[in-house]
Design a protein around this ligand. Structure first.
Ligand SMILES: Cc1cc2nc3c(=O)[nH]c(=O)nc-3n(C[C@H](O)[C@H](O)[C@H](O)COP(=O)(O)O)c2cc1C
Length: 207
């Protein structure tokens, strides 16, 4: 069965971001997907230090938290949804630390896994945060699912988000579009476009 992994960057397991992700899970399950929601924001996740150790070991040098545990789940998943609350106009620090390390430390093929970013804010900074999260997908050959509005909900509490009817509708439409993309890509696996990787511009001549 195809699997979709969802990450909650908030420490609030039943907060606003979780409410948005749960709205998506309802659709994914109705569409026949297996889902797993991983709570990231309530863990102590340190940032990437750029040590490069992962390039030889294939895993993050810090083995003390969630990144190396989630990596194989991401490898076997067909889709990844990352949700974050907005903190000072950005995704929160925990999810950024997690995503930097998850994407940098894993060399498995992410091409054609479908990605979606979801953000929750009380009032502002949502589109900037949305853009940051989408960048992990678009540097990795991951097609990005979209919806009937940018993927966001508004609120300070889960109760607020439940009143954001357009936000929840956006989540349901997003989940339907993502489900469709994953199923369509699965049917065309043998026809995936080739990926060139020979060039890596590094300006070693110093010019
Ligand atoms: C440190 C911090 C910074 C925040 N910064 C913003 C912000 O820039 N814009 C905004 O609209 N809400 C901001 N908020 C509010 C949260 O983004 C908002 O309530 C969110 O929906 C909470 O989601 P959660 O329940 O999943 O944690 C901030 C909250 C905290 C704790």
């Amino acid at each position: 069965m195809s699997k979709i992994l969802l990450l909650n960057g908030s420490a609030h397991v039943h907060g606003c971001t979780a409410t948005a992700l749960e709205e998506m899970i309802g659709i994914f399950e109705a569409e026949g997907f297996e889902t797993e929601l991983i709570q990231v924001g309530n863990k102590a996740i340190r940032g990437c230090i750029g040590c490069g150790s992962c390039s030889s070991t294939g895993k993050c040098v810090f083995n003390d938290d969630l990144v190396n545990e989630v990596a194989p789940k991401f490898e076997s998943a067909d889709g990844l949804v990352v949700g974050s609350p907005v903190y000072y106009g950005s995704p929160n620090g925990t999810i950024i630390s997690f995503m930097d390390r998850l994407f940098y430390s894993t060399s498995f093929d992410k091409h054609m896994k479908v990605g979606a970013a979801v953000v929750s804010c009380r009032r502002g900074g949502n589109t900037a945060s949305f853009d940051v999260l989408n960048k992990y997908f678009t540097i990795s050959g991951m097609p990005v699912a979209s919806s009937t509005y940018w993927n966001m909900v508004h609120g300070f509490s889960a109760e607020d988000v439940k009143k954001d009817l357009e936000g929840l509708q956006t989540m349901r439409n997003l989940a339907r579009n993502m489900s469709f993309m994953i199923k369509a890509f699965a049917d065309k696996k043998s026809e995936y476009p080739i990926v060139e990787k020979a060039s890596f511009t590094s300006f070693t001549d110093g010019k």
